[in-house]
Write a protein that binds this ligand. Sequence first.
Ligand SMILES: Nc1ncnc2c1ncn2[C@@H]1O[C@H](COP(=O)(O)OP(=O)(O)OP(=O)(O)O)[C@@H](O)[C@H]1O
Length: 217
Amino acid sequence: MIRFDAVTKRYPGGHEALSNASFEIASGEMVFLSGHSGAGKSTLLKLIAAIERPTAGSVTVNCQNVGKMRRAAVPYLRRNIGLIFQDHKLLFDRSVMQNVLLPLQIAGFSRHEAAGRARAALDKVGLLKREKANPITLSGGEQQRLCIARAIVSRPSLVLADEPTGNLDADYARDIMDMFKAFNQVGVTLVIASHNEDAIRAYGSRVIHLEHGILLS
Ligand SMILES: Nc1ncnc2c1ncn2[C@@H]1O[C@H](COP(=O)(O)OP(=O)(O)OP(=O)(O)O)[C@@H](O)[C@H]1O
């Protein structure tokens, strides 16, 4: 499903965030990205979602070379990807419920079906009681959970998560990880960046380890 061939990413200013990385992730895998702060984990996720483009090498997602994809094609790629990033990009002029409904409205779901799915997603992350709230009134951890609900509501086949449990209490962090595992069991591919080596080990999944932009496994 995902293939990196000799991928290097150099940001303007010359910093090489990823160096000559090659690996494959098969459909249905759950893979953790580990490594120190600044190791290149977010960069790798952004390359998969075509948020960043490689400086050299190729990034293939579902047989498409996303590094060379036309800008107009990127929204179609992203329809199939649930993005959970640290800059939540929530809409602060809409309610919690409206934030989760939006991807479904764009995808053309009926009002009834969209409402049912959005409520189920909010329930999963423990935010159903806050459905009418404005996201600005939520704590950092609650905003993170809202971001997760929004990413999963359209049931994407690939979920990319950047430190999804970073701001969460241990109980919520466990619930979210269990939820990811349940998605994986129904065939969703997940790539999860995390500092938390203990949590990673507990899940026994494949780990791709980065150090200063170099892939070690
Ligand atoms: N837009 C950018 N412009 C310039 N340099 C950047 C940019 N984004 C990231 N970098 C640099 O690239 C390197 C890798 O950053 P990246 O965010 O991928 O690491 P990370 O492993 O996700 O770190 P963290 O765990 O702290 O989020 C860092 O040195 C960072 O400063």
